[in-house]
Design a binder for this molecule. Structure first.
Ligand code: TYD
Length: 134
């Protein structure tokens, strides 16, 4: 059994796509264990994306992630980390297939609607980061 962390990013919430994105996870019969709306502070955004701090898009990424409310989800199930990444689609917007969340809703690599943990190691750290208060 695995757990993974999903963030519906500020443009997803602003564009009122929250329900449609959650529907994708429910359609796939994944279990939503916990969920809340909140904000990502600049300090936490920088920590969350520390592995990208030297990239040219880093300032835009931090500005975007802190630009409005987000929705955090904790999903649980067998192979849920890989299953959720499949539902998200590729990071590069040009490679995000139609039928995936990014493929269907995003037209920019930076403003790409959703985040999900990409490994067991990152899931553990990210769940601790955003769900330790529960
Ligand atoms: P990354 O962790 O590589 O991808 P993912 O979100 O699919 O796990 O990158 C984090 C975010 O950084 C990504 O969702 C969007 C942004 N980003 C860009 O804006 N440009 C890029 O070239 C890359 C690789 C990422």
């Amino acid at each position: 059994m695995e757990q993974t962390l999903v963030i519906i990013k500020p443009d997803g919430v602003k564009r009122k796509l929250t329900g449609r994105i959650i529907q994708r996870f429910e359609d796939k019969n994944l279990l939503i264990k916990e969920m809340y709306q909140g904000i990502v502070t600049e300090a936490v955004a920088k920590e969350h994306y520390a592995h990208l701090q030297d990239k040219p898009f880093f300032p835009d990424l931090i500005a975007y992630m802190t630009s409005g409310p987000v929705v955090f989800l904790l999903l649980e199930g067998t192979d849920v980390i890989a299953l959720v990444r499949q539902l998200l689609g590729a990071t590069n917007v040009l490679n995000a297939a139609a039928g995936t969340i990014r493929g269907d809703f995003a037209s920019s690599t930076t403003e790409n609607i959703v985040h999900a943990s990409d490994s067991k190691e990152s899931a553990e750290v990210e769940i601790q980061r955003f769900f330790s208060h529960l």
